[in-house]
Design a binder for this molecule. Sequence first.
Ligand code: CMX
Length: 136
Amino acid sequence: MKITHIEHLGIAVKSLDEAIPFYENVLGLKCYAIEEVAEQKVKTAFFMVGQTKIELLESTEPDGPVGKFIEKRGEGIHHLAFATEGIQESLDFLSEKGVRLIDQTPRKGAEGLNIAFLHPKSTFGVLTELCEKPKQ
Ligand code: CMX
């Protein structure tokens, strides 16, 4: 298992239109991309902070993972994403260690990354994502 850095922090918000001006005009960060991930029923906005990103997540459907999260727990930190080398090997290793995987194999996430989620009930309450840049 090789984690290299925190790739991003995912923050669930009710409205990107309302949240982006805070990140840009108050915190002074620049939104460099907005992308819809239809499969996950979210629209995302990205900000770079050093080599780590902030990913704002607005739900596009009330029954999506972020819609349900906001309904139950309100806006706030939704997930922590680690950049890993060898994502499938990491998933196999975690599975062997008894960690509950949401994704058994990586799938495509925002920005074309290969991603996989670990269940928060297995990771001390933090929805955890592994990410890897696809090999060229
Ligand atoms: N962080 C911590 N705990 C969470 C959570 C989160 N983000 N989301 C749900 N939970 C907890 C709930 O509070 C609940 O706990 P209790 O049973 O103690 O109340 C439990 O997990 C089950 O939650 P639920 O509301 O019944 O939701 P589901 O089981 O249907 O789904 C989860 C939860 C994590 C499996 C689902 O949200 C998932 O598959 N997430 C991964 C995909 C995702 O989040 N995509 C959005 C981002 C996409 C992107 O970044 O591109």
